[in-house]
Ligand binder design. Sequence first.
Ligand code: 6CN
Length: 455
Amino acid sequence: MVTYSSFLSSLVDIECIKFGNFTLKSGQQSPIYIDLRELVSYPNLLQDLAILFQEKIPNNIDRVCGVPYAALPMATAISLHNHLPMLIKRKEAKSYGGKKIIEGKFNKGDKIILIEDVITSGISLEETIVELETEGLVIEKILVVLNREQGGVEKLQQKGYNVEALFSMSSLMQVLHQENKIEENVYQSVINFLAASQIVSSKKNEEHFHLPVTHKNHKAQQLLDIAHAKKSSIIASVDLTTTQAILDFLDKIGKNICAAKLHIDIVSDFTEQFITDLKNLSQQHNFMLIEDRKFADIGNTQLLQISKGIHHISSWADFVTIHVIAGEASLKAIEDWNEENKPALIPILEMSSKGALTDAHYIAKCKEFIGKYNCVVGAVCQSTKLDNPLLKFTPGIHLSASGDSKGQQFNTPQFAIEKQHSHFLIIGRGLYEAEHPEIALQNYLSAVQSTGVFG
Ligand code: 6CN
């Protein structure tokens, strides 16, 4: 009969857990190395794992889901042992056919148990969860073999997920010590190493990516002040097409956003009164206004487009988006424009859509000059790194969708902040298509604030 300690002893025997001197992926030296992928070659141990997991599987589960690669044989063993149908969450969606992300048969609303080999910070599990939930699956429980004790379990639990690990690094060491599976000096060196690496990891947590506090451009400064005061770096992309719908929506969510981004040319019943009402709302709820017109012409035409026409954008927009495809002179024309309250510029460097032509060469060329102009406060981009003090504005943000049918690609707020170091998140359908936008905004705000971006 398998027990926790006999299972761990076997992991040492088959060298899934090794002691010695190892260089980790991070370059760090470690006295312990754990790689559970080797388990695939040991059917008896996979069976034992399924037995140990059995009592942790709730009764109401419809499917077991494994994440490639290490967890696939584990999920298979659990599936066979419990007669539970299995699903596989692909690493990448198929590029052909139905572009499936999940293999196997399921219905929307199916309750699943998700199996993972190791949890560290929880970021990759979070990404998997979003993908599964987008397909309509309900994550009833997450079972992990090893908790590396780097905050991942707590993070997911805070979000309301039921996560359980078979072992933690500390419990594993205790069991092996009690079972005399390791020598005293090896035990001590691993314990010391774990204590030290936990200090490093909590230090790492302290080194969160932070929203800057100051900026030389006064519009950018105002945006940062509002963001810090509201603890919200969220810009609502209000892609609605009637004035009343826009005003109603902004009245509901205005107090928790730092700016509203509009496409004024999609508004079908535009009037002068709308601009007055919009400005009043922005003052009442303290948010700024961005016109996402994505100007893309020669300097002279752009100046006319910004200031003239029925929309007279420069009279109400604090910021405008602009492509710099026409070259540096198109920016310089706006920099030199002698207009006291002209909008600040947010060039589009890298688009969020699939197959966008904003490749590395284009981005590098843009970066050569955009930082030279005071009227430029930052850029719209995804993974591109911007030089200080340029602010990063990132669209393509959604908590529960990975894309749409028209090329948009979404990331979660956590991904945009923690991985892409985005200062401001642009959220459209995630908010205005929600049944209750105020509640949806709270969820996005919690996700933003959980990253520690406000210090
Ligand atoms: O969150 P959604 O996909 O509903 O909306 C994203 C918004 C849209 O208004 C889109 O025009 O962000 C804009 N956008 C921008 C640049 C880009 O690369 N991708 C985008 O989706 C901008 N600005």
